[in-house]
Design a protein around this ligand. Structure first.
Ligand code: PEP
Length: 249
């Protein structure tokens, strides 16, 4: 049976000292109570070596927050999938709403990034979700289907290797959370879209992200199509992150 996945997204937070304290506390907690799920943390690129070193030999997986759509070459500031692989990166976020919003990443670029990750043996966590304006206009289903369709179109043959994170934009970092029913409704739509693209749609983990915290995680994770969480703010506090991990049964 597939394991759920709890992934922390540190965003642009941290320092060598605070990362070490956070990771040691998370690793201690995981040693005291073995998680019933897979666990990863997505660190800023300069800290990947530190996270790799501190998590070596543990079950805490290293994740990155972005990857270049290019393989190599004159792309100043970019980090390639092959480079991430050298730091034991197992997962990489692609298409996070903050990248779509502030860096104008579109669906086709996100699909290429997913392709680059897969080619390097890294699992892309494809983030998608609607804005509040889109939800209020009744466009939620159309938006998430369009975002996922681009990734399926380019990566069809290995689509069962991806992870999808449904993250309603209005719920990210706002304290507003989709209700378990709202999240499940969208996850069911995504699952049936994946079922048309692969014979093994149930192998694909569909995460929910958006103000998930120690208080609301259990109810969200109990939904039939919610296979884990992508956690921003609460992943920066070891006790909260550990409590979310512990709420996976
Ligand atoms: C995120 O950054 O992916 C996220 C879900 O953030 P938060 O949990 O803070 O809403």
């Amino acid at each position: 049976m597939k394991k759920k996945l709890i992934a922390g997204n540190w965003k642009m937070n941290g320092s060598l000292a605070s990362n070490e304290a956070l990771l040691r506390a998370v690793l201690d907690g995981m040693a005291q109570q073995a998680p019933a799920c897979d666990v990863a943390v997505a660190a800023p690129a300069p800290y990947l070596a530190q996270v790799q070193a501190l998590t070596a030999g543990s079950s805490l997986a290293v994740a990155a927050q972005d990857v270049s759509a290019h393989e190599a070459g004159a792309y100043t500031g970019e980090v390639s999938a092959a480079m991430l692989k050298e730091f034991s990166v197992r997962y990489v976020l692609v298409g996070h709403s903050e990248r779509r919003q502030y860096h104008h990443e579109n669906d086709s670029l996100v699909a290429i990034k997913a392709q680059r990750a897969l080619a390097a043996g890294i699992t892309p966590i494809v983030c998608l979700g609607e804005t509040m304006q889109e939800r209020e206009a009744g466009l939620t289903e159309a938006v998430v289907k369009r975002q996922l369709a681009a990734v399926i179109h380019l990566n069809g043959h290995c689509i069962s290797e991806i992870v999808v994170a449904y993250e309603p934009v209005w719920a990210i970092g706002t304290g507003l959370t989709a209700t378990p029913e709202q999240a499940q409704e969208v996850h069911a739509v995504l699952r049936s879209q994946l079922a048309a693209a692969t014979e093994q749609p149930d192998r694909i983990r569909l995460l929910y992200g958006g103000s998930m915290n120690a208080g609301n995680a259990a109810a969200l994770l109990a939904q039939p199509d919610i296979d884990g969480g992508l956690i921003g703010g609460a992943s920066l506090k070891a006790p909260d992150f550990l409590q979310i991990i512990a709420s996976v049964k």
